[in-house]
Design a protein around this ligand. Structure first.
Ligand code: C2O
Ligand code: CU
Length: 461
């Protein structure tokens, strides 16, 4: 995945595209979901049987210039039905890839043609959206990168998919079952092997004073990554693909919930012979390297100054909230707090009956996808949504098709996001303008939670 090459001017104009079109842009038009075997566990362990796009883990990076179209024929060579969701793209609803809501799942041996415009530059990703708890855990995810016409001045650009895998230590296979009640009702399927771009020990050589763009993508099923920079000075320049108004110096830990992205610009400040690193906080409270950057050779140049912001994406103004509708969404369920009852498939069921159906969570009193949406919005309507997490777990809440902003108690709006981490006992408000027509999911991106109740949808007409 390391592509140490200059892609300045790649998206700047047609002539430049022809002249500078490097090999990685010769993408196949076909994306085949298929079984494969890869060396995921450290050397010495057996290979792991995965499901991967084009047999790779992670899948091949899908790249386009801002404003272009992306076309891919999904060919399903898996033994199960599947679909692809293009996470974070403000997409035509019919291309959103949600099996059971925006399309039928593609049966084994079948195919589906995805074709959509990418209005926003930034760091996105794609993943299976049919039984996604299992399919993403088996490897069906990859990066989706939309290039700015004028990318920032960096020496190189690195896409880093942070993930974890729950493997059977004896065999190196994914630990079975892929899902069970304990995972669903607690924190989800968290792995015992952590890594980046399908490797437990990703290491990227660097030189002092180089400036890198790091595109961090959390593709894990349930793990929240807490990260720190070592031997690097960095700025956050985009969240969930969307540029920040001003680069924010990284002075503390970065929190990357499942499905979230952070674009960083980092300068290598470590000396030759030292190792810079992206560190993560592990469950035992120790900081360990997630990615290492051994520094060697001469300084690449003198240091650059504070970076400029990335150019803003189109029509991403703050929603006008005067007189906006307000809705409440209580989140309940899960281990150690539970819930009395919830609606499921048109019936009000008690906790035991819900559990018997594999449902442990509810959003606004509803477990699982209902026939009717949580809200019907008219196109262009602003909405304020109050999310009240009455569970004892954090949840990474994701809205399809549109980005939203958090709203502070004083009315200040935060940066655009497509996934926000909701903490127990800390109600939060989000707001957005419903400017993209269609049926859009709103769900927890801890995929075990999504599969066991925390999935709802809104209808924009
Ligand atoms: Cu990235 Cu509905 O998901
Ligand atoms: Cu959750």
């Amino acid at each position: 995945m390391t592509q140490r090459m200059t892609r300045r001017a790649f998206c700047a104009g047609a002539a430049a595209v022809v002249a500078a079109r490097p090999a990685w842009s010769a993408e196949p038009d076909v994306l085949t979901a298929r079984p494969a075997s890869v060396q995921l566990a450290p050397a010495g362990y057996p290979e792991t049987a995965i499901w991967g796009y084009d047999g790779l883990l992670p899948g091949p990076a899908v790249r386009a210039c801002q404003g272009e179209r992306i076309s891919r024929r999904l060919v399903n060579e898996l033994p199960v039905p599947t679909s692809v969701h293009w996470h974070g793209i403000r997409i035509d609803n019919g291309m959103d890839g949600v099996a059971g809501l925006t399309q039928d799942a593609v049966p084994p041996g079948g195919s589906f043609d995805y074709d959509f415009a990418v209005p926003d530059a930034g760091t996105y990703w794609y993943h299976a959206h049919a039984n996604s708890m299992e399919q993403v855990a088996r490897g069906l995810a990859g990066a989706l990168i939309v290039e700015e016409p004028a990318p920032p001045d960096v020496d190189w650009d690195e896409v880093l998919l942070l993930d974890d895998w729950l493997l059977d230590p004896e065999t190196g296979s994914f630990a079975e079952p892929m899902a069970h009640p304990m995972m669903m009702s607690h924190a989800g399927r968290t792995g015992n092997l952590l890594g980046t771009n399908g490797r437990p020990d990703l290491s990227i050589p660097a030189r002092r004073h180089e400036r890198l763009r790091l595109r961090l993508i959390n593709t894990a099923n349930a793990r929240i990554f807490v990260l720190r920079l070592e031997g690097l000075e960095g700025w956050q320049v985009a969240l969930d693909g969307m540029p920040l108004e001003a680069p924010e110096p990284v002075t503390t830990e970065l929190v990357l919930a499942p499905a979230q992205r952070i674009d960083l610009l980092v300068d290598i400040t470590a000396d030759s012979g030292e190792t810079a690193a992206l560190l993560r906080l592990d469950d035992d409270d120790a900081w360990r390297p997630q990615v290492t950057l051994p520094v060697s050779g001469r300084e690449s140049r003198t240091r650059r100054g504070i970076p400029d912001p990335l150019p803003p994406n189109p029509s991403t103004d703050q929603p006008d909230l005067t007189g906006a509708r307000r809705l409440d969404m209580v989140m309940e369920g899960g281990a150690m707090s539970g819930m009395r009852s919830a609606r499921y498939q048109g019936e009000e069921l008690g906790f035991r009956a819900l559990a018997a159906q594999g449902q442990y969570w509810a959003l606004a009193g509803q477990a699982g996808l209902a026939e009717t949406p949580f809200a019907r919005l008219s196109r262009g309507e602003p909405l304020r949504l109050n999310i009240d997490n009455r569970t004892v777990f954090p949840h990474a809440m994701h809205l399809h098709g549109m980005h939203f902003r958090t709203v502070a108690p004083d009315g200040t709006q935060g940066p655009l996001r497509d996934t926000v981490l909701s903490l127990p006992g800390e109600p939060m408000e989000i707001a957005f303008t419903a400017d993209n027509p269609g049926k859009w999911l709103f769900h927890c991106h801890m995929l075990g939670h999504a599969a066991s109740g925390m999935t709802t949808w809104i209808d924009v007409t």
